[in-house]
Design a protein around this ligand. Sequence first.
Ligand SMILES: *Cc1c(COP(=O)(O)O)cnc(C)c1O
Length: 393
Amino acid sequence: MTSDEIKALDSQYVMHTYNRFPVALDHGQGARLYSPEGREYIDFTSGIGVSDLGCGYAPWVDAITAQAKKLGHASNLFYTEPCARLAEILCRRTGASCAFFANGGGEANEGMIKLARKYSFDRYGGGRSAIITLKNSFHGRTVTTLAATGQEQFHNSFFPFTEGFRYAAADSMDSLRQTAGDDVCAVMVELVQGEGGVLPLNPVYVRALAAVCAQKDWLLLVDEVQSGVGRTGSLFAFQQYGIAPDVVSFAKGIAGGLPMSGILAGEKCRDVLGPGTHATTFGGNPVCAAAGLVVQETLSDDFLEGVKEKGAYLRSQIEALNLPCFGATRGMGLMIGIEVRDGFSNSAIAGKLTEAGLLVLTAGPGMRLLPPLVITKDEMDAGVAIMKRALAG
Ligand SMILES: *Cc1c(COP(=O)(O)O)cnc(C)c1O
């Protein structure tokens, strides 16, 4: 099919919930993607931080193929090796005690919220179920995770929302104290707010927050759906903040492009969700877990160091362009935000760049870049050259 045929068919039969770019993607290699007609795009999105190994990474393709031939699915009523091994690696690399696997970020956060409420209910009884989240956060699209999301624009149309979420200003212990109360069981944060605009939290605040949580026995829930799995230059961003969350959620990059998510729980929370309290049909699927094992094998400590270097390089190259529309860059590793100056629109810039052959994302009022973690210098340079061509003058 041609790009135009795909667009027409999709527009007729797929629900119009996405503002898609006018681009159809057909195949790719590394950080280069191609339309059905062979038009090349440099990919600074990795499918919103999902394809961390780029397109067509041979060990990933081989592992998925081999596992699909052996056993494509088994219900969670049975044991399978890839799921058990992936859980082991994640626990060993993070200090967590155990994992629960699900399918998407919103679903993982639902599990994290359920765990926090049950932990508190088991220990303290009712009336202690409120969860403090941060303003400008994003935690998902289910009715409960929309309620957890600290942005008014998401609290519309779908009433009634799940009760029990309150929002504190990021980086403010004063705001946290004002939002607190005897009814609180947990605090949930993104350490680098992704959708909100690639805004890393202040490490001093994060450590103070962790200390208050420990003192009050509020669970510290960290949503690493976007920042996790090597994106920031460590396996999880919390490792660079020097804290040990009670529960961490992950999703986007965990299986390099197959749908998988989950939560990691610390020792204290190991047995909160016992038999029959939580489940999901596809969770821990052997093909997804086999893909996740390849991601873990690839993301060695040296590789993660390289992610930091690549991020620093890409940011310096973009800043050196001195484009009239861009202010400073920010972020951690290959989770990069670019400030868009007054008088310019981030969606118009994204449209221009896409037309010129560079795929980018927006977040908050700025730009967001989430290139594949395997991106090469050559691919980064090609993307920056497109930026210069499309946005200079
Ligand atoms: C993307 C995202 C989610 C939602 O993930 P889905 O897979 O779309 O459900 C939740 N939290 C954060 C921080 C995200 O970036």
